[in-house]
Design a protein. Structure first.
Length: 94
């Protein structure tokens, strides 16, 4: 199943994002991510991350988020996880 994960950062944690960047990239590399990237506001400031994760269940998608360095360091203000079903278009495949 495909899950959309939107994780919104707490304000004022920009320096910590830099500190844990390598750990976040390593965490993303271990996951079955279809697509992931930064969420930015109109001024270009990073406000969070959005990713599409292949997982067997909501719980597995939630575990993926909870194992990440930003979650462990309590940098997220809010996390939304939704089962994602493509209705228009298609996802690229290998």
């Amino acid at each position: 199943m495909l899950f959309m994960v939107a994780a919104y950062l707490k304000p004022g944690f920009e320096q910590q994002l830099i500190t844990f960047r390598d750990e976040l990239n390593e965490h993303f590399a271990q996951a079955n991510l279809t697509l992931a990237g930064a969420l930015r506001d109109a001024e270009g400031r990073k406000k969070g991350y959005l990713g599409f994760v292949e997982a067997d269940s909501f719980e597995a998608a939630q575990r993926f988020v909870q194992q990440g360095p930003f979650f462990k360091e309590q940098l997220y203000e809010r996390i939304d996880i939704f089962k994602y079903e493509v209705e228009v278009g298609q996802l690229a495949s290998d």
